[in-house]
Design a protein around this ligand. Structure first.
Ligand SMILES: Nc1ncnc2c1ncn2[C@@H]1O[C@H](COP(=O)(O)OP(=O)(O)O)[C@@H](O)[C@H]1O
Ligand SMILES: [Mg+2]
Length: 385
């Protein structure tokens, strides 16, 4: 089988250096945050390119994907990544456990089993990571994919604080270092992990993760294997237009591949048409959801969109803005009264519709920036500040 992935070794090496070798005055030891929109190749890059580059540079890499299974608490997913790495390491603990064929083993008078590692357990994350660091003599890199999800639960927040403590300990001269790399689809949400002093990653560097580029498109066009070649320059333009999402191109190519009647000469035009249709469809669904909101739900998301970082859901001025938004929609104050329970319900409904995202401490954000763009394009954000 031919390789189905385009690799970015140069980018991986550069990032790996940034993560591993902390320059004087750099805040990279606080953590590195990589942000880029959904479905643009972050996870693929993290797993397929960055991880091997970090390992080649001598690191032990732990990977926690907080979106893989949304029924698992993000805090637990992080703990599991640490357990798994300890279990995978050929250190004394594992060797003993394996040779005895037991889950529990006594090491230095301490009963040990992997599930003893955890938050509020006998062996906290710092102890486990210190053991891993000292045993392996290697720097540890923990990659947390879709890290913003961690602040949606108290267990997740606790895990981040535990990691902060572990990081401070491991980055002291006694050990070999811990670097935390967080990726996420939404810059505003990721920023919540590092912006305020009480957050675990205060001061961490935020890096705009580069989207796939012309080289990727050249590679793709060379490997698409369609009955008629596509012009990489035109395809790149199309890729840009559709938000740098490889899947849209892949799906369009598939449709052409399975169309046995297509005249090869018409393929480039058909390809363009298919990619555009899919990009439109992505937004059409979102538009449908937005247009089916109740008046109060619509008022809440419009005000949230306008207020951005300063959105305070239940403050008097915000409540007044909801009323204003309802009035703009032609709904009189006598018809719908804006009250806290109603706003609470609307916020829950908006979360269920995946338009709004809530961090654990009652901080809300519009789920994707494109939602704000769509509301603005519909002229729904005027006069609300
Ligand atoms: N380097 C790549 N080469 C080929 N296809 C890719 C590459 N990166 C991403 N893709 C495609 O794009 C899709 C989305 O990528 P993913 O890494 O899941 O994005 P993200 O994590 O940013 O949401 C993947 O399913 C894959 O098909
Ligand atoms: Mg991903």
């Amino acid at each position: 089988m031919t390789e189905t992935l385009f690799h970015r070794p140069a980018l991986a090496t550069r990032l790996s250096k940034l993560i591993m070798q902390v320059a004087v005055g750099s805040s990279a030891s606080s953590g590195v945050f990589l942000a880029a929109p959904r479905r643009t190749g972050k996870s693929t890059f993290a797993r397929e390119d960055l991880r091997p580059a970090l390992e080649a540079a001598g690191a032990i890499v732990l990977y926690a994907d907080l979106w893989k299974d949304l029924t698992n608490d993000p805090g637990l997913v992080i703990v599991e990544a640490v357990r798994e790495a300890v279990g995978r390491n050929d250190g004394f603990i594992t060797r003993l456990a394996k040779s005895s064929g037991m889950d529990k083993v006594t090491v230095g008078g301490m009963n040990f089993s992997l599930d003893k590692i955890g938050l509020g357990k006998d062996i906290d994350l710092t102890t486990a990571l210190v053991a891993l660091s000292d045993e392996s003599q290697k720097i540890i890199v923990l990659m947390i994919d879709e890290a913003q999800h961690a602040i949606t639960t108290s267990e997740g927040v606790a895990a981040l604080f535990a990691l902060k403590a572990a990081r401070d300990e491991l980055n002291s001269s006694k050990h070999h270092g811990l670097r935390i790399v967080c990726t996420g689809s939404n810059r505003d949400k990721l920023a919540m992990l590092r912006n305020s002093k009480d957050q675990a990653f205060f001061g961490a560097s935020m890096v705009q993760f580069p989207t796939l580029d012309q080289d990727f498109i050249d590679w793709l066009c060379a490997n698409l294997d369609l009955p008629c070649a596509l012009d990489p320059t035109e395809v790149f333009q199309l890729f840009k237009e559709s938000g740098y999402r490889p899947e849209l191109l892949g799906a369009a190519a598939d449709e052409i591949r399975f169309d046995f009647t297509i005249d090869p000469a018409t393929i480039p035009a058909r390809f363009t048409e298919l990619v555009r249709a899919q990009a439109d469809e992505l937004y059409a669904n979102l538009k449908k959801v937005i247009h089916s909101l109740t008046p109060i739900q619509s008022a809440v998301i419009r005000v949230m969109s306008v207020k951005g970082d300063n959105y305070a859901p239940f403050e008097a001025p915000t409540m007044a803005l909801y009323a204003k938004a309802l009035a703009q929609a032609g709904i009189a104050a006598s018809e719908i009264k804006v009250e806290v329970p109603g706003v609470q319900q609307a916020l829950i409904a908006l979360q269920e519709k995946k338009l709004v995202w809530k961090a654990s401490r009652g901080v809300y954000a519009v789920d994707e920036h494109v939602i704000v763009d769509l509301l603005r394009a519909d002229g729904l954000l005027g006069g609300l500040s």
